[in-house]
Design a protein around this ligand. Structure first.
Ligand SMILES: *[C@@H]1O[C@H](CO)[C@@H](O)[C@H](O)[C@H]1NC(C)=O
Ligand SMILES: *[C@@H]1O[C@H](CO)[C@@H](O)[C@H](O)[C@H]1NC(C)=O
Ligand SMILES: *[C@@H]1O[C@H](CO)[C@@H](O)[C@H](O)[C@H]1NC(C)=O
Ligand SMILES: *[C@@H]1O[C@H](CO)[C@@H](O)[C@H](O)[C@H]1NC(C)=O
Length: 537
């Protein structure tokens, strides 16, 4: 009796304490973002439709997530971020429906029973840790939901006394003081602003987060509406939590107002809204194809952010339109996503992105995932490939900490180097464009054998250290790695050896028929990107 109890308990305790992860431990991770209500139904529940426009619960739970972790881990993700877990408003339906998303928190000291029990959440956490994965939880501390701006009732809230809140005022956007003291939400769903300068609030929030992180084995926090709380709140709060903190500082392509929220006097990390805006404006089709802005955001980020390698990179989330609502062309998504995985930062994929969901903004971008049958789509396979490559370099080298460097930037192309990986991205989309090519100066010697990891074709560095991407079969991303550095990655076979001598084209190597490498010609060698597009077209 004693043994059968103590062993699992010890293991659990170990798993939890071993996990509570710092910024350093998150840098190399890859995150899959989940809205718990929409990711997976528990096995006990019959499959049902989910009409996003109804803005109500569709039945996803923590057990549903736990029972469907293979789908996430098989795609190479090493962490998940789940929507808020704490108790929400439970009254009558509002003008914006019910709080299926979990952001209408009332009492952070309780769990949201809609998504399961404390044991269910602990089981999810333990299962993740058993898989070597981390758990990031979304938290809301800026505000609580009430039903009135004039006579709010706080009796169901964590802070029950009106003195712990700022009096109602509507936010004047752009005015920091107002953004931090006035109320989020509106008259229909008032979100009362907690007075986070009150010492009792600071103390009680600190004790709460410390306890919750321990209790559920949480490894990181995603902090909702972080800029609506005074900056000086966060170092103390996150210190108590003892885990990585990534804040939501909503914004556009302007780097300054976002960058000031990262650092020792603020947060470990913020979501990379400037790069999101830049990628959207550079790669969406139709779109402004604004590579200048991408270049600008990159340069500004390098100067202004404390550590770009910790930023949360994304092209979709629950507050912005799905990529495919802005841009139908699949290559536009693959190119933009490649930036998120191969440049500085922690890649985040919003559930459903891998299924090419295409809903517009809230609530249409919160589709249920189960109707997709968790299919092994081209996008899913592409993400798997990017994760596999990134995980390999993260695990075996200092890659995650290395600095991204731009190699070339032109109206249709953008190439950058991070560690020994060159990514060449284009915004021309799927149609072939024989006239377009992107020449990139590499740091590698002429004749160095490279592998384009996306297609498993072999390239060779040409004269003057150049490579040249051509798009006669359409604008697919190119990701080049010196072939000898791929050894052991499980990518593109073990040895990459075959070079077709005709016309400078390269073919994928069949691992079963590995031949000894042919002598590489010294003649400048240009591999057509198009040589092997089976995978992406
Ligand atoms: C590109 O972005 C820059 C910086 O935001 C802006 O000034 C410029 O007008 C944009 N160009 C196009 C073509 O949209
Ligand atoms: C964008 O989203 C809206 C609402 O979800 C939908 O009606 C529309 O068809 C979507 N557009 C595309 C291109 O998918
Ligand atoms: C998805 O399909 C690809 C190509 O057929 C296959 O290699 C891969 O193993 C599949 N992944 C999963 C998780 O089934
Ligand atoms: C890298 O590390 C992660 C997390 O420990 C692990 O899940 C993954 O299998 C590793 N990948 C490689 C390619 O070694």
């Amino acid at each position: 009796m004693f043994l059968s109890f103590s062993v699992p308990l010890l293991l659990l305790a170990w798993a939890h304490s071993a996990a509570a992860a710092t910024a350093d431990e998150w840098r190399g991770r890859s995150i899959y973002q989940i809205i718990t209500d929409r990711y997976a139904l528990p096995s006990s529940t019959p499959k049902s439709d989910c009409d996003v426009s109804r803005q109500t619960f569709c039945g996803g739970t923590w057990n549903g997530i736990r029972e469907n972790l293979d789908y996430i881990q098989n795609a190479g993700f090493t962490a998940i971020w789940i929507s808020p877990i704490n108790k929400n408003y439970e009254g009558p339906r509002t003008a914006y429906g019910d709080p299926y998303h979990g952001y209408w928190v009332t009492d952070v000291s309780q769990l949201n029973s809609k998504f399961g029990t404390a044991d269910d959440l602990k089981a999810l956490s333990a299962d993740l840790h058993k898989r070597g994965m981390l758990l990031m939880v979304d938290i809301v501390v800026n505000n609580v939901m009430v039903t009135s701006t004039t006579n709010p009732d706080y009796s169901d809230c964590f802070f029950k006394d009106a003195s712990f809140y700022h009096p109602y005022c509507p936010i004047v956007w752009g005015d920091t003081q107002s953004e931090q003291t006035c109320w989020f939400g509106d008259e229909k769903v008032p979100l009362a602003d907690v007075d986070t300068t009150n010492p009792t609030v600071i103390q009680r929030y600190g004790d709460w987060i410390q306890g919750m992180v321990k209790e559920y084995g949480i490894d990181g926090l995603r902090i909702d509406a972080a800029k609506h709380v005074q900056k000086s709140f966060w170092p103390t709060f996150c210190g108590k939590a003892g885990v990585f903190c990534m804040g939501e500082v909503f914004g556009g392509a302007e780097v300054d107002p976002i960058a000031e929220w990262q650092g020792p006097d603020a947060l470990d990390s913020v979501l990379n809204f400037p790069m999101y805006a830049a990628l959207r404006d550079a790669y969406s089709i139709p779109g402004p194809a604004n590579i200048t802005q991408l270049d600008q955001v990159f340069q500004d980020s390098k100067k202004k952010f404390k550590d770009t390698t910790l930023l949360g990179n994304f092209v979709e989330n629950h507050d912005v339109p799905r990529w495919h609502n802005l841009s139908v062309d699949p290559q536009s998504l693959y190119n933009a996503m490649t930036w998120n995985f191969m440049a500085d930062g922690i890649p985040i994929v919003y559930y459903g992105q891998e299924q090419s969901f295409s809903g517009s903004g809230d609530p249409n971008n919160r589709e249920a995932l189960w109707p997709s049958n968790y299919a092994n789509t081209t996008a899913y396979q592409y993400i798997t490939l990017l994760n596999k490559l990134r995980n390999f370099f993260v695990n075996t080298t200092d890659w995650a900490k290395s600095e991204t460097e731009i190699l070339t930037s032109s109206p249709h192309g953008f190439a950058f180097l991070k560690g020994p990986i060159i990514s060449i991205l284009t915004n021309i989309g799927s149609p072939p464009q024989a006239g377009v090519h992107i020449s990139v100066k590499t740091p590698w010697e002429t004749t160095t054998a490279l592998t384009n990891v996306i297609t498993c074709t072999q390239w060779v560095v040409g004269s003057n250290r150049m490579v040249d991407a051509q798009y006669s079969l359409g604008g697919v991303p190119v990701v080049l790695v010196p072939s000898d550095q791929l050894k052991g990655s499980g990518l593109c076979g073990t040895e990459l050896a075959y070079v077709d001598s005709h016309g400078g084209k390269a073919d994928a190597l069949n691992a079963n028929s590995a031949r000894s490498p042919r002598k590489l010609s010294i003649i400048p060698f240009v591999a057509a990107v198009a040589a092997s597009l089976k995978f992406l077209l």
